[in-house]
Ligand binder design. Structure first.
Ligand SMILES: [Zn+2]
Length: 482
């Protein structure tokens, strides 16, 4: 009921606007007809009159320009004393022109103004800059659920406002993201907030590249955006180390989405499928959305997850002796400091398992941490193991480790009151609580969806094959002609 009401009010509002427009254009038409008669009598004005009549209905701004031009012409012909009309007639025309002008200026507060959010800015500041009454902010925030998005605005965001000289907000527009925007409009005196979706068209694109030095350079040459490159590295990052494993001649093909709004590309979408040949070994991945959970993930052609999971705890511990906190009393340093990991008390010499598949990126002493090992998993995650007694002697920096593989043994090296494992978990370099962090899931496609998986992904793989083959043929062509 309320929705119908709102639509009705909106329509009413639009009709009202249309009404104003009609009046405005009728007035202009009358003015033009009169003025054209004046101008037609001078040669220079003749062309201008033609220009006007051949133009289709212009926008408000161009109409205003035309009007200005007309008054110029009027002044000019008056100066030249070359008008065909009598003085009273001319005065009448002038009055008509003035009236039209007034009407336009009086009805033109519908001019949007654009404000960019500065750092440390608030809506209140912005309203002040826009000379909108502060009380209007309360009214705005009560204009509906959709307006909540304004509670979190960021520097460089653009907020457009429409307000009269009286400081009353008539409308406000804010782009939430590529896909949607917030529109608050005063309809029948009340501010109403609503979220609208842009029409987004998804097109498919593909790109291929051969690596000479780095994936990033090759991808750049292939015209792939930074985001797609990062996503590509994230998908294959569990299997391939893009810093060390890359060989000259490695190549890739990627099928991805491009998003268009009004025929204009606004951004890249998701990677649909990709293939990466590393040191002659081929890795393939496809995006598949679980019909039940609606979660999209990347899988191998046989339905295994591209991500590798983590063990929640890397050691068989007797108790958790210290938890993740941002401030605690350090028993050895006798100071308050944050504890950015979990301490698992365990017997000296208890094996420590790598939390996930990965690669050793650090092995050695680190101040109060004593003997430390750091493992990198995929591109986003690292795990740190400290106070070690000894390391697995077979492992060195760069060694690959499997999930659950013993990498070291519990000790009390560095600043430790007793044998325990100090364990840290970082996501994109930021410490997270290992006990509560949301770990990536690596379940394969559920059995009951395997048929659906094969049906939906086989055409995508077929296309990936086509693009890859085309690229290989092109490659042979260039090498033979060179
Ligand atoms: Zn600790």
């Amino acid at each position: 009921m309320s929705l119908i009401n709102k639509d009705f009010r909106l329509n009413q509002h639009k009709n009202q606007q249309r009404g104003y427009l009609r009046i405005r254009w009728a007035l202009l038409a009358i003015t033009f007809a009169g003025i054209t008669a004046v101008i037609a009598s001078t040669n220079s004005g003749h062309n201008k009159a033609e220009e006007i009549t051949t133009n289709t209905l212009p926008t408000f701004e161009t109409a205003k320009l035309t009007l200005d031009k007309l008054s110029e012409d009027l002044k000019e012909s008056r100066a030249r004393n070359s008008f065909a009309l009598s003085l009273p007639q001319l005065q009448a025309q002038q009055k008509l022109l003035d009236d039209a002008n007034n009407r336009i200026t009086n009805q033109s507060p519908r001019q949007w103004r654009e404000f960019q959010v500065k750092s440390g800015d608030s809506l209140a500041h912005l309203f002040k800059r826009a000379k909108i009454k502060p009380q209007q902010l309360d009214e705005l925030m009560k204009s509906g659920k959709a307006v909540k998005t304004l509670r979190r605005i960021f520097p460089k965001d653009i907020i457009r406002v429409l307000s009269g000289t009286n400081g009353i907000l008539q409308a406000l527009r804010y782009d939430i993201d590529h896909k949607s925007y917030l529109m608050v409009e005063r309809t029948s005196g009340v501010l109403v907030a609503k979220t609208y979706n842009h029409q987004i068209e998804t097109r498919q694109a593909h790109a291929s590249g051969v690596i000479n030095s780095s994936l990033f350079l090759a991808a750049q040459e292939a015209g792939i955006s930074q985001n797609i490159i990062m996503e590509l590295a994230n998908i294959f990052g569990w299997d391939i180390d893009f810093a060390l494993d890359i060989r000259k001649g490695d190549n890739f093909t990627v099928l991805y989405e491009e998003l268009f709004r009004n025929g204009e590309k606004i951004s890249d979408g998701n990677i649909l499928a990709a293939e990466f040949t590393n040191n002659r070994k081929i890795y393939r991945a496809v995006r598949y959305t679980n019909p039940q959970t609606n979660r999209s993930e990347y899988f191998t052609p046989d339905g295994k997850s591209m991500r590798k999971a983590f063990l929640r705890t890397p050691v068989n511990f007797t108790r958790i002796s210290s938890r993740f906190t941002t401030s605690r009393y350090h028993p050895v340093l006798h100071k308050f400091r944050s504890h950015k990991g979990v301490d698992y008390a365990a017997k000296r010499g208890t094996p420590i398992h790598s939390a996930g598949d990965g690669k050793i990126i650090f092995k050695g002493r680190k101040g109060g941490y004593g003997r430390v090992m750091i493992v990198q998993h995929g591109t986003k995650y690292t795990t740190l193991y400290a106070h070690l007694k000894t390391y697995n002697r077979k492992l060195r920096i760069g060694s690959k480790v499997k999930q659950g593989q013993t990498i070291a043994y519990v000790g009390s090296s560095g600043l430790a009151t007793g044998p325990h494992l100090h364990y840290e978990f970082r996501v994109n370099g930021v410490h997270r609580n290992p006990l509560t962090v949301k770990l990536p899931i690596s379940s394969p496609v559920p059995k009951r969806y395997m048929t659906d998986f094969e049906l939906t992904t086989s055409p995508v793989f077929a296309q990936l094959d086509l693009v890859t083959r085309a690229q290989q043929i092109a490659l042979v062509d260039t090498t033979t002609t060179q």
